[in-house]
Write a protein that binds this ligand. Sequence first.
Ligand code: TRP
Length: 369
Amino acid sequence: MSKIILTGDRPTGRLHLGHFVGSLRRRVELQNSGAFDKIFIMIADAQALTDNADNPDKVRQNIIQVALDYLSCGLDPAKSTIFIQSMVPELTELSFYYMNLVTVQRLQRNPTVKQEIKLRGYSDDDSDNKKGTPVGFFCYPISQASDITAFRATTVPVGEDQEPMIEQCREIVRKFNSTYGETLVEPEILLPENAACLRLPGTDGKAKMSKSLGNCIYLSDSREEVTAKVRSMYTDPEHLQVSDPGHVEGNTVFTYLDAFCKPEHFEKYASCFVGRKASFSFSSLDEVKAQYRAGGLGDVMIKNFLNEVLNETLEPIRQRRAELEKDIPAIYEMLQKGCEAAREEASKTLADVRRAMKINYFEDGKCTL
Ligand code: TRP
Protein backbone atom coordinates (compact mmCIF):
# COMPACT_ATOMS: atom_id res chain seq x y z
CA MET A 1 0.00 0.00 0.00
CA SER A 2 1.23 3.53 -0.79
CA LYS A 3 2.26 5.76 2.06
CA ILE A 4 0.38 9.03 1.79
CA ILE A 5 0.38 12.10 4.00
CA LEU A 6 -2.42 14.59 4.36
CA THR A 7 -2.45 17.43 6.81
CA GLY A 8 -3.33 21.09 6.91
CA ASP A 9 -4.03 24.31 8.74
CA ARG A 10 -6.84 26.81 9.05
CA PRO A 11 -6.03 30.12 7.40
CA THR A 12 -7.18 32.30 10.28
CA GLY A 13 -3.79 33.87 10.90
CA ARG A 14 -0.11 33.58 10.15
CA LEU A 15 1.48 30.39 11.46
CA HIS A 16 3.35 30.45 14.74
CA LEU A 17 5.89 28.40 16.71
CA GLY A 18 3.12 26.11 18.00
CA HIS A 19 2.34 25.09 14.41
CA PHE A 20 6.04 24.78 13.71
CA VAL A 21 6.93 22.30 16.45
CA GLY A 22 3.53 20.59 16.42
CA SER A 23 3.56 19.65 12.77
CA LEU A 24 5.28 21.94 10.26
CA ARG A 25 8.89 21.04 11.09
CA ARG A 26 8.00 17.36 10.95
CA ARG A 27 6.25 17.69 7.62
CA VAL A 28 9.33 19.14 6.03
CA GLU A 29 11.46 16.29 7.43
CA LEU A 30 8.98 13.69 6.19
CA GLN A 31 8.83 15.39 2.81
CA ASN A 32 12.59 15.29 2.47
CA SER A 33 12.92 11.74 3.81
CA GLY A 34 11.52 10.37 0.56
CA ALA A 35 9.62 7.72 2.58
CA PHE A 36 6.20 8.84 1.30
CA ASP A 37 4.64 8.27 -2.10
CA LYS A 38 2.45 11.37 -1.98
CA ILE A 39 2.10 14.37 0.31
CA PHE A 40 -0.92 16.68 0.41
CA ILE A 41 -0.86 19.87 2.44
CA MET A 42 -4.20 21.61 2.67
CA ILE A 43 -5.10 25.19 3.53
CA ALA A 44 -8.43 24.54 5.27
CA ASP A 45 -10.39 27.65 4.26
CA ALA A 46 -13.80 25.95 4.36
CA GLN A 47 -13.07 24.76 7.89
CA ALA A 48 -11.87 28.26 8.85
CA LEU A 49 -15.21 29.64 7.63
CA THR A 50 -17.16 27.37 9.99
CA ASP A 51 -16.51 29.85 12.80
CA ASN A 52 -15.59 32.87 10.68
CA ALA A 53 -18.60 33.05 8.37
CA ASP A 54 -18.87 36.79 8.94
CA ASN A 55 -15.21 37.45 8.20
CA PRO A 56 -14.40 36.23 4.68
CA ASP A 57 -11.66 38.86 4.26
CA LYS A 58 -9.66 37.37 7.09
CA VAL A 59 -9.75 33.90 5.55
CA ARG A 60 -8.97 35.23 2.09
CA GLN A 61 -5.94 37.23 3.25
CA ASN A 62 -4.51 34.43 5.28
CA ILE A 63 -4.50 31.92 2.42
CA ILE A 64 -1.44 33.63 1.01
CA GLN A 65 0.12 34.15 4.46
CA VAL A 66 -0.13 30.44 5.24
CA ALA A 67 1.20 29.52 1.79
CA LEU A 68 4.19 31.84 2.40
CA ASP A 69 4.74 30.27 5.83
CA TYR A 70 4.71 26.79 4.25
CA LEU A 71 7.22 27.59 1.55
CA SER A 72 9.49 29.56 3.89
CA CYS A 73 9.67 26.55 6.20
CA GLY A 74 10.81 24.35 3.34
CA LEU A 75 7.69 22.71 1.99
CA ASP A 76 8.46 22.20 -1.66
CA PRO A 77 5.68 22.16 -4.27
CA ALA A 78 7.77 19.76 -6.36
CA LYS A 79 7.44 17.18 -3.57
CA SER A 80 4.24 18.20 -1.76
CA THR A 81 0.91 19.17 -3.27
CA ILE A 82 -0.23 22.36 -1.55
CA PHE A 83 -3.90 23.17 -2.14
CA ILE A 84 -6.95 25.08 -0.90
CA GLN A 85 -9.79 23.04 0.62
CA SER A 86 -12.76 24.86 -0.94
CA MET A 87 -11.28 24.47 -4.43
CA VAL A 88 -11.86 20.71 -4.11
CA PRO A 89 -15.69 20.51 -3.96
CA GLU A 90 -15.50 16.70 -3.88
CA LEU A 91 -14.63 17.08 -0.20
CA THR A 92 -17.99 18.71 0.51
CA GLU A 93 -19.91 15.94 -1.20
CA LEU A 94 -18.04 13.29 0.76
CA SER A 95 -18.90 15.11 3.99
CA PHE A 96 -22.59 15.00 3.13
CA TYR A 97 -22.50 11.21 2.83
CA TYR A 98 -20.32 10.73 5.93
CA MET A 99 -22.79 12.77 7.98
CA ASN A 100 -25.15 9.80 7.84
CA LEU A 101 -22.57 7.66 9.63
CA VAL A 102 -22.06 9.92 12.64
CA THR A 103 -24.51 10.72 15.43
CA VAL A 104 -25.08 14.13 16.98
CA GLN A 105 -24.23 12.56 20.33
CA ARG A 106 -20.89 11.27 19.08
CA LEU A 107 -19.95 14.73 17.84
CA GLN A 108 -20.97 16.20 21.19
CA ARG A 109 -18.55 13.83 22.90
CA ASN A 110 -15.58 14.91 20.78
CA PRO A 111 -13.33 16.57 23.41
CA THR A 112 -11.73 19.07 21.03
CA VAL A 113 -15.12 20.20 19.71
CA LYS A 114 -16.38 20.52 23.27
CA GLN A 115 -13.42 22.62 24.28
CA GLU A 116 -13.57 24.81 21.19
CA ILE A 117 -17.29 25.47 21.66
CA LYS A 118 -16.51 26.70 25.15
CA LEU A 119 -13.55 28.78 23.99
CA ARG A 120 -15.69 30.51 21.37
CA GLY A 121 -18.46 31.19 23.84
CA TYR A 122 -21.13 29.28 21.89
CA SER A 123 -24.09 28.65 24.14
CA ASP A 124 -26.60 25.77 24.35
CA ASP A 125 -29.22 28.44 24.46
CA ASP A 126 -29.26 30.56 21.29
CA SER A 127 -32.21 32.73 22.25
CA ASP A 128 -31.95 36.53 22.59
CA ASN A 129 -28.44 37.74 21.90
CA LYS A 130 -26.60 34.55 22.75
CA LYS A 131 -24.78 32.82 19.96
CA GLY A 132 -25.38 29.14 19.45
CA THR A 133 -22.98 26.74 17.75
CA PRO A 134 -22.99 26.97 13.93
CA VAL A 135 -23.96 23.58 12.45
CA GLY A 136 -21.01 23.74 10.08
CA PHE A 137 -18.63 24.22 12.97
CA PHE A 138 -20.19 21.38 14.92
CA CYS A 139 -19.71 19.08 11.93
CA TYR A 140 -16.14 20.02 11.09
CA PRO A 141 -14.71 16.71 12.37
CA ILE A 142 -16.76 15.04 9.63
CA SER A 143 -15.40 17.40 7.02
CA GLN A 144 -11.93 16.64 8.32
CA ALA A 145 -12.58 12.93 7.77
CA SER A 146 -13.37 13.79 4.15
CA ASP A 147 -10.11 15.71 3.80
CA ILE A 148 -8.15 12.74 5.04
CA THR A 149 -9.96 9.91 3.26
CA ALA A 150 -10.30 11.70 -0.09
CA PHE A 151 -6.55 11.39 -0.50
CA ARG A 152 -6.39 7.86 0.95
CA ALA A 153 -4.01 9.27 3.54
CA THR A 154 -2.25 6.67 5.68
CA THR A 155 -0.48 9.22 7.86
CA VAL A 156 -1.69 12.47 9.40
CA PRO A 157 1.05 14.48 11.15
CA VAL A 158 -0.70 16.87 13.57
CA GLY A 159 -0.53 18.27 17.07
CA GLU A 160 -2.09 16.62 20.08
CA ASP A 161 -5.30 18.67 19.92
CA GLN A 162 -6.17 16.95 16.65
CA GLU A 163 -6.14 13.44 18.10
CA PRO A 164 -9.93 13.26 18.62
CA MET A 165 -10.42 14.29 14.98
CA ILE A 166 -8.29 11.46 13.68
CA GLU A 167 -10.05 8.99 15.99
CA GLN A 168 -13.41 10.16 14.70
CA CYS A 169 -12.15 9.81 11.13
CA ARG A 170 -11.07 6.23 11.82
CA GLU A 171 -14.53 5.44 13.12
CA ILE A 172 -16.14 6.87 10.00
CA VAL A 173 -13.84 4.78 7.81
CA ARG A 174 -14.69 1.58 9.71
CA LYS A 175 -18.40 2.35 9.60
CA PHE A 176 -18.27 3.14 5.89
CA ASN A 177 -16.30 0.03 5.01
CA SER A 178 -18.49 -2.30 7.07
CA THR A 179 -21.68 -0.80 5.63
CA TYR A 180 -20.72 -0.39 1.96
CA GLY A 181 -17.71 -2.66 1.51
CA GLU A 182 -13.96 -2.05 1.79
CA THR A 183 -13.44 1.37 0.15
CA LEU A 184 -11.68 3.83 2.45
CA VAL A 185 -8.23 3.79 4.05
CA GLU A 186 -7.93 4.08 7.84
CA PRO A 187 -5.32 6.72 8.69
CA GLU A 188 -2.80 6.82 11.52
CA ILE A 189 -1.99 9.92 13.50
CA LEU A 190 1.66 10.99 13.73
CA LEU A 191 2.26 12.99 16.90
CA PRO A 192 5.46 14.90 17.75
CA GLU A 193 7.95 12.68 19.58
CA ASN A 194 9.12 15.39 21.92
CA ALA A 195 6.65 16.04 24.77
CA ALA A 196 7.37 19.78 24.70
CA CYS A 197 6.18 19.85 21.09
CA LEU A 198 2.85 18.16 21.71
CA ARG A 199 1.33 21.41 22.81
CA LEU A 200 3.63 24.39 23.00
CA PRO A 201 2.35 26.86 25.60
CA GLY A 202 1.87 30.54 24.79
CA THR A 203 4.48 33.11 25.83
CA ASP A 204 2.20 33.89 28.80
CA GLY A 205 2.41 30.30 30.02
CA LYS A 206 -1.20 29.50 29.05
CA ALA A 207 -1.72 25.96 27.81
CA LYS A 208 -1.90 26.78 24.12
CA MET A 209 -0.29 29.23 21.76
CA SER A 210 -3.24 30.82 20.06
CA LYS A 211 -3.89 33.94 18.07
CA SER A 212 -7.02 34.79 20.03
CA LEU A 213 -5.04 34.72 23.29
CA GLY A 214 -2.39 37.05 21.85
CA ASN A 215 0.44 34.87 23.15
CA CYS A 216 2.11 33.79 19.90
CA ILE A 217 5.52 34.08 18.37
CA TYR A 218 4.93 34.08 14.62
CA LEU A 219 7.26 32.52 12.08
CA SER A 220 7.26 35.87 10.32
CA ASP A 221 8.08 37.95 13.42
CA SER A 222 11.22 40.08 13.13
CA ARG A 223 14.24 39.52 15.37
CA GLU A 224 13.18 42.56 17.42
CA GLU A 225 9.64 41.23 17.87
CA VAL A 226 10.92 37.84 18.99
CA THR A 227 13.34 39.45 21.44
CA ALA A 228 10.58 41.60 22.98
CA LYS A 229 8.26 38.60 23.31
CA VAL A 230 10.93 36.41 24.87
CA ARG A 231 11.80 39.18 27.34
CA SER A 232 8.24 39.37 28.61
CA MET A 233 7.82 35.60 28.76
CA TYR A 234 6.26 33.82 31.70
CA THR A 235 8.85 31.95 33.81
CA ASP A 236 8.58 30.91 37.46
CA PRO A 237 6.56 33.34 39.60
CA GLU A 238 8.37 32.11 42.72
CA HIS A 239 11.82 32.80 41.32
CA LEU A 240 11.99 36.36 42.69
CA GLN A 241 15.71 36.69 43.41
CA VAL A 242 18.36 35.28 41.14
CA SER A 243 19.69 33.34 44.12
CA ASP A 244 16.30 31.67 44.77
CA PRO A 245 15.87 28.07 43.66
CA GLY A 246 13.76 28.04 40.47
CA HIS A 247 11.15 25.72 38.98
CA VAL A 248 11.78 24.22 35.59
CA GLU A 249 8.45 22.40 35.22
CA GLY A 250 5.75 24.76 33.98
CA ASN A 251 8.39 27.36 33.18
CA THR A 252 7.70 28.46 29.63
CA VAL A 253 11.31 29.34 28.82
CA PHE A 254 12.39 25.78 29.62
CA THR A 255 9.48 24.26 27.70
CA TYR A 256 10.59 26.25 24.65
CA LEU A 257 14.21 25.21 25.18
CA ASP A 258 13.04 21.59 25.34
CA ALA A 259 11.38 22.10 21.97
CA PHE A 260 14.12 24.08 20.18
CA CYS A 261 17.49 23.71 21.83
CA LYS A 262 20.18 21.55 20.13
CA PRO A 263 23.50 20.33 21.60
CA GLU A 264 25.58 22.71 19.48
CA HIS A 265 23.79 25.76 20.89
CA PHE A 266 25.67 25.62 24.21
CA GLU A 267 29.02 26.36 22.67
CA LYS A 268 27.66 28.73 20.06
CA TYR A 269 25.76 30.90 22.52
CA ALA A 270 27.98 30.38 25.58
CA SER A 271 28.27 34.17 25.99
CA CYS A 272 24.62 34.31 27.12
CA PHE A 273 25.73 32.72 30.37
CA VAL A 274 28.59 35.11 31.04
CA GLY A 275 27.55 37.92 33.37
CA ARG A 276 28.98 40.62 35.57
CA LYS A 277 28.00 38.90 38.80
CA ALA A 278 28.01 35.25 37.83
CA SER A 279 29.16 33.17 34.89
CA PHE A 280 28.36 29.62 33.94
CA SER A 281 29.55 27.17 31.38
CA PHE A 282 26.97 24.63 30.27
CA SER A 283 27.17 21.78 27.81
CA SER A 284 23.62 20.48 28.01
CA LEU A 285 20.11 21.58 28.85
CA ASP A 286 20.11 19.26 31.86
CA GLU A 287 23.00 21.25 33.31
CA VAL A 288 21.15 24.53 32.77
CA LYS A 289 18.08 23.09 34.47
CA ALA A 290 20.09 21.78 37.42
CA GLN A 291 21.65 25.21 37.97
CA TYR A 292 18.27 26.95 37.70
CA ARG A 293 16.80 24.57 40.27
CA ALA A 294 19.74 25.11 42.60
CA GLY A 295 19.49 28.90 42.33
CA GLY A 296 21.87 31.57 41.09
CA LEU A 297 20.88 31.43 37.44
CA GLY A 298 18.73 34.39 36.47
CA ASP A 299 15.81 34.62 34.06
CA VAL A 300 17.64 37.20 31.95
CA MET A 301 20.34 34.66 31.06
CA ILE A 302 17.99 31.85 30.12
CA LYS A 303 15.86 34.30 28.13
CA ASN A 304 18.86 35.64 26.23
CA PHE A 305 19.87 32.08 25.41
CA LEU A 306 16.35 31.15 24.27
CA ASN A 307 16.23 34.31 22.17
CA GLU A 308 19.40 33.25 20.30
CA VAL A 309 18.11 29.72 19.82
CA LEU A 310 14.74 30.91 18.47
CA ASN A 311 16.25 33.50 16.19
CA GLU A 312 18.67 30.95 14.77
CA THR A 313 15.68 28.76 13.90
CA LEU A 314 13.64 31.64 12.48
CA GLU A 315 16.28 33.58 10.53
CA PRO A 316 16.43 31.28 7.47
CA ILE A 317 12.62 31.14 7.44
CA ARG A 318 12.44 34.97 7.45
CA GLN A 319 14.98 35.23 4.67
CA ARG A 320 13.11 32.80 2.44
CA ARG A 321 9.85 34.64 3.14
CA ALA A 322 11.37 37.94 2.08
CA GLU A 323 12.45 36.35 -1.22
CA LEU A 324 9.07 34.69 -1.82
CA GLU A 325 7.15 37.89 -1.10
CA LYS A 326 8.74 39.46 -4.18
CA ASP A 327 6.61 37.30 -6.46
CA ILE A 328 3.13 36.72 -5.02
CA PRO A 329 1.53 35.82 -8.39
CA ALA A 330 3.92 32.84 -8.52
CA ILE A 331 2.52 31.64 -5.19
CA TYR A 332 -1.04 31.84 -6.53
CA GLU A 333 0.04 29.90 -9.60
CA MET A 334 1.61 27.20 -7.44
CA LEU A 335 -1.64 26.99 -5.40
CA GLN A 336 -3.77 26.73 -8.51
CA LYS A 337 -1.71 23.83 -9.81
CA GLY A 338 -1.94 22.19 -6.39
CA CYS A 339 -5.72 22.54 -6.38
CA GLU A 340 -5.99 20.91 -9.80
CA ALA A 341 -3.83 17.97 -8.77
CA ALA A 342 -5.72 17.55 -5.48
CA ARG A 343 -9.05 17.64 -7.24
CA GLU A 344 -8.02 14.89 -9.61
CA GLU A 345 -7.08 12.68 -6.68
CA ALA A 346 -10.21 13.39 -4.62
CA SER A 347 -12.53 12.76 -7.55
CA LYS A 348 -11.20 9.20 -7.83
CA THR A 349 -12.12 8.51 -4.21
CA LEU A 350 -15.52 10.14 -4.64
CA ALA A 351 -16.24 7.85 -7.61
CA ASP A 352 -15.33 4.82 -5.45
CA VAL A 353 -17.57 6.09 -2.67
CA ARG A 354 -20.53 6.65 -4.99
CA ARG A 355 -20.06 3.18 -6.47
CA ALA A 356 -19.92 1.57 -3.01
CA MET A 357 -23.06 3.46 -1.96
CA LYS A 358 -24.83 2.40 -5.16
CA ILE A 359 -25.48 5.98 -6.25
CA ASN A 360 -23.56 5.65 -9.51
CA TYR A 361 -26.79 5.37 -11.56
CA PHE A 362 -25.52 5.86 -15.07
CA GLU A 363 -22.27 4.04 -14.67
CA ASP A 364 -23.17 0.49 -13.72
CA GLY A 365 -25.37 -0.36 -16.74
CA LYS A 366 -28.20 -1.60 -14.55
CA CYS A 367 -31.05 -0.02 -16.47
CA THR A 368 -33.66 -2.27 -14.86
CA LEU A 369 -36.63 -2.06 -12.53
N1 TRP B 1 -8.23 21.17 12.14
C1 TRP B 1 -6.89 21.37 11.68
C2 TRP B 1 -6.32 22.55 12.49
O1 TRP B 1 -7.06 23.30 13.07
C3 TRP B 1 -6.80 21.69 10.20
C4 TRP B 1 -7.27 20.56 9.33
C5 TRP B 1 -8.36 20.55 8.52
C6 TRP B 1 -6.65 19.28 9.20
N2 TRP B 1 -8.49 19.34 7.89
C7 TRP B 1 -7.46 18.56 8.29
C8 TRP B 1 -5.54 18.66 9.77
C9 TRP B 1 -7.16 17.24 7.94
C10 TRP B 1 -5.24 17.36 9.43
C11 TRP B 1 -6.05 16.63 8.53
O2 TRP B 1 -5.13 22.71 12.54
